[in-house]
Ligand binder design. Structure first.
Ligand code: SDX
Length: 393
C-alpha cells in the first residue's frame, strides 16, 4: 500500500484509492457527485455550484454561492505577461498542445506563492485554476484562429464569459445566447469529475510528490488528450464525418468488430460503464436543444450518430461486450453546433474537468496518510547475468 494507491499484485493490477467525491456504478449506469445524481445537478444546478460541491462536499447556501462566484469571477484574468507565451506557438499548433504549455506556465507565475501545506492557500490555488482555465482556453482558440484575445467580463456568468471570450470580436457587439450558454454550462457539469479516470489518476500521482498544483493539472491535460480518453470527443466527430451517411454505417460496425482492424467506434465503450453512460443521455438531450435553438433541422451528423447508436445497441457484439455510447458520443455534434472546431473539443473537456482534477488533488493532499505514489510492476525481463566485453559479443 503506497498510501495514494493500493495495487493488487495481479498481472492486471488495478490502481485504487479512497475518495468521497464521485461514485460510479458501472453496471447500473449511476454517477453521483458527493451523493447527488448527475441528472439532478445537470438539470437543476449550474457549473460553479457543482464546483463548490466537489470542492467543499456540500451544496452552497445562497450566500456561500454568491461569495464563491465573486471570488472565481474576480480571478479570471491572467498575468498579462502570460499572453506572450502564445506567440511562441506555431499558429497551427493543436490547442491542446497550447493548453499543456500555458497551464504548465501558470506554475511560473504562481508557484512561489503557493504553500500547499496551508489549507487556505490550497483553496486559493483551486479557485485560481477554476477561474483561469476558461480564459486560457479561449486564448488558445483565439490564437489558433488569428483573432485578438478578449478579456473576461465580470458581469457575465461562467459559461457566458467563456462563450464571450471565444466568439466576440472588438469590431462589433456580441450578445451571448442564454439558451446556448445554459447548454455550455450543462456540458461543463457533465465533464466536471469522473472518479479515478486516467487523467485524474495522473494528477493524483503527480501531486503525490508535492509538485505544485498547476504543473499537476498540466500533466492531467496531457493525459486527457489521448483519443482513448478525452480526445475521443474530437475522434468521435471525425469518425461521424468520415462515415458521412447512414448507408456507410455497416462498414464501420464491421471494422469495429474486426480484431485485425485497430478501428474502434469512438464515443462507444467504457472501462467502468457496462451500461448506458448517464452523461451520454443528458448530452443527447442537450444536443437536440442546441440544434433546435439554432434552427438546425435534420443535422446529417446527428442522424448518422442516432442510426449508428441504434444499430450498435442491437448488434450482438456490442450487446455481449456491453458497449454503450459514452459522454463523448454526442458531445462533438453539440460543440460543433455551438461554433467550436473539432480541435477545441478536448480543450473544453479539460476546462470542465479542472474542478475534478483539483478537488481530487486537494483530497489527496489533505489525506493524513498520503505518501508518494509508487506503482510496482511484474518484472518479465532477463534474469540477472554478467556483463560481456564488446569484443566477446
Ligand atoms: C472517457 O475512465 C473514465 O471515466 C473516462 C471518461 C471520463 O469522464 O474521464 O469517462 C472519459 O475517456 C470516455 C471513453 C472515451 N473513449 C472512447 O470513446 C474511445 C473508444 N472506446 C474504447 O477505446 C474503449 O471502450 C475504452 C478505451 C473507452 C475502454 O477501453 P477498454 O477498457 O480496454 O475496453 P473494454 O475493456 O471495455 O473492452 C472490452 C472489449 C474489448 O474487446 P476484447 O478484447 O474483449 O475482445 O470491447 C472492445 C474491446 O476491444 N471494445 C470496443 C470498443 N470499446 C471496447 N470495440 C469496438 N469499439 C469500441 N469503442
Amino acid at each position: 500500500d503506497t498510501g495514494a494507491f493500493t495495487f493488487d499484485p495481479g498481472f492486471t493490477s488495478t490502481a485504487s484509492c479512497e475518495s468521497q467525491i464521485t461514485y460510479i456504478d458501472g453496471e447500473k449506469g449511476v454517477l453521483l457527485h458527493r451523493g447527488y445524481p448527475i441528472e439532478q445537478l445537470a438539470e437543476e444546478g449550474h457549473y460553479l455550484e457543482t464546483c463548490y460541491l466537489l470542492l467543499y462536499g456540500e451544496l452552497p447556501t445562497a450566500r456561500e454561492m454568491e461569495d464563491f462566484e465573486y471570488r472565481v469571477t474576480h480571478h479570471t484574468m491572467i498575468h498579462e505577461q502570460m499572453s506572450r507565451f502564445y506567440s511562441g506557438f506555431r499558429r497551427d499548433a493543436h490547442p491542446m498542445a497550447v493548453m499543456v504549455g500555458s497551464v504548465g506556465a501558470l506554475s511560473a507565475f504562481y508557484h512561489d506563492s503557493i504553500d500547499i501545506s496551508d489549507p487556505h492557500q490550497r483553496m486559493v490555488a483551486s479557485l485560481r485554476m477554476i477561474a483561469k482555465m476558461p480564459t486560457l482556453a479561449a486564448m488558445a482558440y483565439k490564437y489558433h484562429i488569428g483573432q485578438p484575445f478578449v478579456y473576461p467580463r465580470n458581469e457575465l456568468s461562467y459559461a457566458e464569459n467563456f462563450l464571450h471570450m471565444c466568439f466576440s470580436v472588438p469590431c462589433e457587439p456580441y450578445k451571448v445566447n442564454p439558451v446556448l450558454a445554459r447548454a455550455m454550462d450543462r456540458i461543463f457539469i457533465l465533464h466536471a469529475d469522473h472518479e479515478q479516470n486516467a487523467s485524474t489518476s495522473t494528477v493524483r500521482l503527480a501531486g503525490s510528490s508535492g509538485a505544485n498544483p498547476f504543473a499537476c493539472i498540466a500533466a492531467g491535460i496531457a493525459c486527457l488528450w489521448g483519443p482513448a480518453h478525452g480526445g475521443a470527443n474530437e475522434a468521435a466527430l471525425n469518425m461521424l464525418m468520415e462515415i458521412g451517411t447512414k448507408d456507410r454505417i455497416p462498414e464501420y460496425i464491421a471494422r469495429a468488430k474486426d480484431k485485425n482492424d485497430p478501428f474502434r467506434l469512438m464515443g462507444f465503450g467504457h472501462r467502468v460503464y457496462k451500461n448506458y453512460d448517464p452523461r451520454a443521455k443528458i448530452m443527447q438531450q442537450t444536443c437536440h436543444e442546441v440544434l433546435d435553438e439554432l434552427g438546425i433541422k435534420d443535422d446529417p451528423l446527428l442522424e448518422v450518430a442516432m442510426e449508428l447508436e441504434h444499430i450498435a445497441l442491437h448488434d450482438e457484439y456490442f450487446v455481449e461486450k456491453k458497449l454503450y455510447p459514452n459522454v463523448d458520443f454526442y458531445s462533438g455534434i453539440t460543440l460543433k453546433a455551438l461554433g467550436f472546431p473539432t480541435n477545441m473539443f478536448t480543450v473544453l473537456f479539460a476546462l470542465a474537468r479542472t474542478v475534478g482534477w483539483i478537488a481530487q488533488w486537494k483530497e489527496m493532499i489533505e489525506d493524513p496518510h498520503q505518501r508518494i505514489g509508487r506503482p510496482r510492476q511484474l518484472y518479465t525481463g532477463a534474469p540477472q547475468r554478467d556483463y560481456v566485453a564488446v569484443e566477446k559479443r
